[in-house]
Design a protein around this ligand. Structure first.
Ligand code: SAM
Length: 262
């Protein structure tokens, strides 16, 4: 969720303007996609992946998740794709997932993407059991072989991580904070405007990639920036790239990437 997969087309060429040997600090690592991409393009760079959500745990459990989803695929083999799961099939799906209760960890987020529509997530069996289920089960196993190779994984608040690296030479910050309200569901805590504004301080005088969307309250942001003298607009001199994302036939928003290398 919030993954920058669709932005890679613009992120990769923009990265070409940055040093291949810099230290890249992915302050809001999420699924690690930006860290992974930087390391793949610049193998000589140092890349710090901030795994605040313990995504590594989901990767470590990928075999178990694959097995569970394989079993669901069998249960739903005659069930039309994307259609609602009800009756006996639903009972069987729930029963199979319930069996996982004895396991120390169940990846409910990945599981949700197999049996719930996109953007909907359950974080526990109790939550999942109450949801309307759909057959969105993918046909292939997940494979994360080598995905985190060469990355330095840490897990801490971005503020602390920023402090640690802000004065080192040749550091580039990857800044992809949680969206204001829409994404709050799967994250540990809910992001309020102030939290969102605080993040802008890591852009002051640093090299960065910053991701946001036109759903954020940009006017409030600017008003805040104005009052924070002597800090000026941190986006001055930055390059902007945008990408339209469609939610459904009558709703869309624009994802935005700003970057600055001086
Ligand atoms: C928009 S997502 C990042 C997505 C990521 N770029 C990707 O491609 O998967 C924002 C991430 O910041 C994490 N986060 C929330 N509060 C944080 C904090 N105080 N410090 C660091 N990360 C935090 C969220 O849990 C979430 O994983």
């Amino acid at each position: 969720m919030g993954q920058k997969r669709k932005f890679l087309k613009q992120f990769k060429p923009a990265l070409k303007g940055y040093s291949p040997t810099a230290t890249y600090v992915d302050l809001f690592g999420g699924s690690g996609l930006l860290s992974h991409t930087v390391k793949a393009i610049y193998p000589e760079s140092r890349v710090i992946y901030n795994d605040f959500d313990n995504y590594c745990q989901r990767l470590e459990n990928i075999d178990k998740t694959n097995q569970l989803i394989r079993d669901l695929r069998i249960i739903l083999k005659d069930h039309p794709k994307d259609s609602r799961i009800h009756g006996l099939a639903r009972d069987q799906v729930i029963e199979r997932i319930k069996k996982e209760q004895n396991e120390p960890f169940v990846d409910y987020i990945t599981l949700s993407s197999s049996i719930m529509f996109s953007m909907k997530y359950a974080l526990s069996f109790e939550q999942l059991e109450k949801e309307t289920l759909y057959n969105c089960v993918r046909q292939n196993d997940y494979d994360a072989t080598g995905y985190l190779d060469g990355l330095e994984v840490v897990s801490k608040c971005y503020k602390e991580l920023f402090k640690q690296y802000k004065d080192l030479p040749s550091v580039v910050f990857l800044v992809d904070p949680p969206y204001l309200s829409t994404d709050a569901g799967t994250y540990k805590s809910y992001w309020k405007l102030k939290d969102y504004l605080d993040v802008l301080q890591v852009l002051d005088g640093t090299k960065y990639f910053y991701f946001t969307s036109n759903k954020s309250s940009i006017i409030e942001l600017c008003e805040w920036i104005e009052t924070k003298t002597p800090m000026s607009n941190p986006f001055n001199g930055a390059t902007t790239a945008t990408m339209n994302a469609t939610i459904n036939f009558n709703a869309s928003y624009t994802d935005i990437m700003l970057y600055k290398n001086e």
